[in-house]
Design a protein around this ligand. Structure first.
Ligand code: GCW
Length: 685
């Protein structure tokens, strides 16, 4: 029963009437590599398994030139050319890209490298699994070279902000011996173009670097390598002084100290002995209590370059997180957390080594239900940049609420920052295209666990799927991606596709409406859980997610003229838009401006009445999800039907809790009644 969840979108479910297609399908599979640990070999097996499972057709696999009129050949473009001669036109491929042609008698799946060949294989199998046997011939290249997941797994086996059980690879301080699930995860990731996994939490533990754990990383790398997925790790900045068993213990972690440089050079060498293709390091420094270079009055760039230099000879890269801020005190509300990244990183542009990428969360604060695009994307043109998205729904319902995230991510990826008054879409910044960098890309915080659904709920896997698809091609449409996922994960029944599409596409707007609209952030418990309504925890905490709500006014004034100046971090056209209340979109009004509750929105409604109305509307929409889901009974398997139904019923109830908690809170504080007389009234009286 767990199989459906574990196989996710790679179920290869039998297609009705599949036998009818046997003559149009290949009879032979040629996978041009004889090593069973190679992605091309894996591609051959995957094709065999997929065609058998979806269409009930058995194919033989060959590993060198084989002449058959009805075959599928998979390999690198080079190997193919050696065996079969060159193609009439050579496809234009970059690293990880592939050519897929189903036009001739021989299906060609040719990668620039082996990984690309595997990606092309999954693209072909995706078509087959959706019953799509149309003739295609195209090349596909990734939008950016870095397409990683980050996993916040702790060495003790827990996962920070993970909602799906314990770690698949750590327990009791070491790497587990059974890595079957790790291999299965790598397979899923390969099928959506992900090429590396950072396996441990950014709040890192130095003991990852014991010789025993380094050996364990080698085992993780070995099981993921056949899928073209590399291992990366998060580092604890003060590891040299942490007494790591089996490593020297120093008295300083100053990044410019020679002994520290030697320490990291040595440890990095040890890692590459075990993991010759290690992807690189992820570093969270000087943020939320983590150590970093500032302790020694060194810059963040000097800290990042310490690792960059250690990695450089091995070809690794440093993902250095821009999520750096200190605790704050609201008595000085001008000390706006939203400004922190600009203050730390803008002055350092040009000082990072060429194998450093600045990894920037999509918004300036922290994975909120709505944020403006981080202005840092516009302010470090000389540095490589990547966007950090969160697949695990930390602030967004923790997999107990269905929230399809692709539309939220698209608001950021498609946002035009207008650097130098020219088109500067965030997605073109992180691809490297806008500022001419060869490095850049995507980091998605996933936090899969041992749960049979990987992530905590079946429907939430659409977010992982969408993350990979967007990292490959951010121009893809959210709904298009979703429907691909539904057909692969469930089935192609039109009512199944339509119902799941409607629920998913309405889910983020609904969640925004009942959790915190008008750019007010997710009004959840800021202090610890980040789950459920708790608007009173926003203000007067050190976390800086302030709303400045009092009896008459609400919102953070982030203007240059009168507020924290944050709006001025954007290039002029965008800064002007946000500076002016008249041109600020309603959905970010309270992010940028401090207004009376009676302020009139562009919609003509007052802020407070819109607050009430949207909270009621969002919760009302969430009620319909449960009933819509019930219409799927019998159209999908019972196991997943009931599992998700339970969550939809929960979400329906919890959305009412949200609605009432938020509405009552602002009703009490403002004293302004709801024109529709709902707020504060007993629901059944
Ligand atoms: O979103 C916040 C989380 C922390 C997390 C931190 C970060 C890993 O609440 O749990 O720590 O961000 O991204 O570093």
């Amino acid at each position: 029963a767990a199989e459906n969840g574990l196989a996710a979108w790679l179920r290869y479910a039998p297609l009705q009437g599949g036998e009818g297609y046997h003559s149009t399908l290949p009879s032979h599979i040629v996978a041009l590599n004889t090593s069973s640990a190679s992605p091309v070999y894996v591609a051959g097996q995957e094709l065999q398994q997929g065609i058998q499972s979806i269409y009930g057709k058995q194919c033989n696999v060959h590993h060198s030139y084989y002449s058959a009129s009805s075959s599928v050949v998979v390999g690198t473009l080079d190997e193919y050319t050696k065996a079969y001669g060159s193609l009439s036109t050579t496809p234009d491929l970059i690293e990880d890209g592939y050519w897929l042609s189903t036009e001739g008698n021989t299906v060609q799946i040719l990668g620039k490298n082996e990984r690309g060949a595997l990606y092309g294989t999954f693209a072909y199998l995706s078509m087959l699994a959706q019953g799509n046997l149309t003739k295609v011939a195209y090349s596909s290249n990734p939008n950016a070279p870095v397409r990683w997941t980050n996993e916040w797994d702790n060495l003790d086996g827990s996962i920070e902000r993970g909602f799906a059980g314990n770690s698949n690879w750590f327990a009791n301080g070491v790497i587990v011996s059974n890595l079957t699930r790790t291999a299965e995860y790598a397979r899923l990731l390969a099928s959506i173009g992900i090429n590396a996994v950072v396996v441990n939490n950014v709040n890192a533990n130095a003991s990852l670097l014991t010789p025993q754990n380094i050996e364990g990383l080698g085992r993780i790398a070995d099981v993921m390598r056949p899928y073209g997925v590399q291992v990366g790790i998060s580092l604890y900045f003060s590891s040299p002084t942490s007494g790591v068993k089996g490593q020297a213990n120093l008295t300083t972690f100053d990044p410019l100290d020679e002994s520290v440089v030697a320490w990291w050079t040595n440890v990095t060498g040890q890692i590459y002995q075990q993991v010759p293709d290690m992807a690189g390091y992820l570093v969270k420094a000087n943020s939320e209590g983590q150590p970093g270079p500032l302790t020694y009055n060194r810059t963040l760039a000097q800290g990042a370059n310490l690792f960059a230099k250690a990695l450089q000879p091995h070809g690794g890269i440093v993902m250095f997180r821009a999520f750096v801020y200190n605790n704050l005190n609201e008595s000085d509300w001008y000390a706006d957390r939203a400004n922190a990244q600009i203050q730390f990183f803008k002055p350092l542009d040009g000082e990072f080594d060429s194998n450093v990428i600045i990894q920037i969360k999509y918004g300036p604060i922290d994975f909120q239900v709505r944020e403006p695009a981080s202005p840092l994307f516009a302010n470090i043109p000389k540095s490589n940049a990547a966007i950090e998205l969160q697949v695990t729904q930390e602030y967004l319902g923790q997999q107990c609420h269905l929230v399809y995230l692709a539309p939220l991510w698209k608001t950021i990826l498609d946002f035009d920052l207008r650097v130098d008054n020219e088109s500067s879409l965030v997605r073109n910044v992180v691809s490297g295209q806008r500022f001419n960098h060869s490095l850049g890309g995507y980091a998605g915080v996933v936090n899969v666990g041992t749960n049979d659904t990987w992530i905590g709920s079946h429907m939430a896997m659409s977010n992982l799927y969408a993350y990979g698809r967007l990292a490959w091609d951010p121009t893809l449409d959210s709904q298009y991606i979703l429907q691909e996922w539904i057909r692969l994960t469930f089935n192609a029944d039109q009512s199944v596709v339509n119902t799941m599409t409607q629920i998913s596409m309405e889910s983020w707007p609904a969640y925004e409406n009942y959790s915190g609209n008008l750019g007010e952030q997710t009004l959840t418990d800021i202090l610890y859980t980040h789950f459920g309504p708790n608007p009173q925890t926003q203000d007067n905490t050190v976390w800086g997610q302030w709303t400045r709500a009092d009896h008459t006014t609400i919102g953070m004034d982030r203007t240059v003229s009168n507020g924290t100046g944050f709006a001025g971090n954007y290039p002029p056209e965008i800064a002007a838009m946000y500076e002016n209340i008249a041109t600020t979109p309603d959905n970010l009004l309270l992010w940028f401006h401090h207004v009376n509750y009676t302020h009139l929105l562009h919609s003509g409604e007052t802020v407070i009445q819109d607050f009430y109305d949207q909270h009621y509307a969002g919760a009302a929409t969430a009620q319909t999800f449960a009933t819509m889901w019930e219409s799927l009974k019998g159209k999908i398997d019972d196991e997943r039907y009931y599992d998700q139904l339970f969550r939809q019923v929960y979400q329906a109830g919890h959305s009412l809790v949200w609605r009432d908690a938020i509405s009552n809170f602002y009703n009490n504080i403002s004293g302004i009644p709801d024109a529709a007389h709902r707020v504060g009234k007993h629901p059944y009286r």
